[in-house]
Design a protein around this ligand. Sequence first.
Ligand code: HEC
Ligand code: HEC
Ligand code: HEC
Ligand code: HEC
Ligand code: HEC
Ligand code: HEC
Length: 425
Amino acid sequence: MFWQRIRWLGFALFIGMVVLGASLWQKLLHPQEEIAQADAVPTRDYIVLAWNDLGMHCYNRDFQDLAVLPPYNTLWAQVIKTGDPPQIVTSGITVTYTFPDNSYSVGKSNFWDYDLALFGVDLPPNVGLAGKGLAGSMDLHDDHFAAEGIPLTEFLDSDLTNPYPYQLAEITVTDQSSGMVLAQTTAVAPVSTEMNCDDCHHDGGVEGIATGRVETNILTLHDKENQDEYPPGLTEPLMSRRPVLCAECHSSNALGKPGIPGIPSLSNAMHEKHAEEVSNTQEGCYKCHPGPSTLCLRDVMSTEHNMDCLDCHQSMETVAQNPNPWLNEPRCDNAACHGSAYQQDQALYRLSKGHGDLYCAACHDSPHAIAPSREANDGIKFIDLQGYNDTLEVCTVCHLTEPTGGGIHGGSLDDHLFLPLIDKD
Ligand code: HEC
Ligand code: HEC
Ligand code: HEC
Ligand code: HEC
Ligand code: HEC
Ligand code: HEC
């Protein structure tokens, strides 16, 4: 009797292990399917996907002397009614945004003391150059909603001293007729002042110039080097015309400023002049792009495939020769990278769409934050939608029933086409 029981117990244990083993195998063989079934996605009538247009936005810490870039973050969102098939919704709804712990900017940045001098507009407090504040409604642009130029700073209301580069925006979709909340999400608005010009242009640094501030050291040097070439009407030294907008003379597509013919674009001028001053490494780029503390490149290609700035942008010299800075950038569908199977329909990733009218960034997130990102904040929205942090890949987040007709990019979900060529590990 006793031995029989033990034998039964043993048999039951054996069966249990077989079942467990088989399901583990299943998990290993079909991780996505397993996860999708295990964490049954809550069926929602509507979902909203939101992201920042750029993977990082820089602005100057202090505007009293000069401005390279103003505070200016841009959020995009697409609203989807789940179903068979899912539909992108653009009417009958209002899409709003807030930063729950970042509700004001005046006092966190002196931008509003110099907006008139720099940009020729006297903006109301906490309002940005495109008319948006730190909370408000997003505007419909054809197939998506956008809030352009939110004047976001790197400081939380609850901590005015430590920069917090991965700020959280809350996006809410409301039904215009019933006033009911249809969907909500949390997206990152990345922001930083970590342009470390002071590494070199500190007092007594480059050419020994010491005026008391990094910015005035830079302007003094610029006057010394170029004043005899300043264009008619602008021949005064920059030092006596403060605050100076660099894009007054050097064109900048980031600001939509045409500059003055004959003077190189700001991007060309900066990268050309500094090409010999910084090393052609990610560390070199982080001298001016945020930066050794912010580490704005946080995407899956950097964390899992060891890629850095140079792998996509090449050298300082190459960046310095960009004929159309900001509008001519690396492409995912470059033959040396992912190739034509992942074709962009626009020159820029951030403007490209795939899978119906969904933007690439709706599923993959912002440039430099391609999911899964290193930063937990970037992952919040993906975890909320599909239970874990990765590219939005669970079909039933949008489709009511599992679609049968192939994967998002034509092939099946298991076709991972990351070419060994660019996998540096
Ligand atoms: C790694 C050191 C380093 C960093 C970081 C750096 N600079 Fe420079 N910069 C230099 C040196 C060195 C020169 C002078 C080069 C020369 O004379 O050939 C220079 C020159 C300049 C000039 C004068 C160009 C001219 O000919 O008129 C400007 C303007 C300037 N830097 C702006 C900046 C700004 C703005 C930043 C931050 C976004 C910055 N630099 C960051 C080292 C640096
Ligand atoms: C009044 C017009 C004017 C303004 C404003 C101005 N620059 Fe310049 N800058 C020039 C001119 C002119 C040159 C010389 C261009 C040349 O050599 O072809 C120059 C050269 C430079 C260079 C060196 C380019 C090279 O390859 O030698 C850098 C870097 C630079 N400027 C950065 C800046 C920055 C940063 C600001 C804002 C703080 C700024 N400039 C504001 C007119 C201006
Ligand atoms: C000395 C400072 C400095 C260094 C070093 C630097 N950048 Fe920049 N970069 C800038 C500034 C300033 C701008 C903004 C110019 C504008 O507003 O148009 C910029 C803009 C850019 C842009 C957008 C405009 C364009 O040309 O498409 C790219 C891309 C870029 N940098 C890549 C890099 C890479 C890659 C490295 C390292 C290899 C690097 N930068 C190193 C100062 C720097
Ligand atoms: C995996 C490829 C990749 C890597 C690595 C990468 N970039 Fe980019 N970068 C891009 C793409 C793609 C764009 C264009 C994005 C778009 O459509 O706006 C871009 C755009 C930019 C821009 C212009 C602003 C923007 O978002 O459009 C700057 C500045 C820039 N990169 C700097 C850097 C720096 C600095 C590094 C390293 C710290 C870096 N990039 C690493 C692919 C990369
Ligand atoms: C509806 C969500 C969605 C959209 C929109 C989307 N993708 Fe994807 N993408 C995925 C998923 C899920 C995968 C992984 C499965 C696969 O390869 O089909 C993927 C894979 C990729 C890969 C291969 C990554 C790897 O690990 O090999 C690239 C590159 C890519 N997408 C680029 C793009 C580009 C460019 C666009 C816009 C033109 C875009 N995607 C639009 C969801 C999306
Ligand atoms: C972010 C939302 C979203 C996700 C996630 C998503 N889709 Fe779609 N899908 C759409 C939209 C929107 C359409 C366009 C419907 C239309 O054309 O009317 C669509 C259309 C399709 C179509 C063709 C139309 C149809 O429904 O028969 C197929 C097939 C499809 N998706 C397969 C997939 C597969 C497979 C996955 C998961 C790997 C997936 N989708 C994930 C939003 C999504």
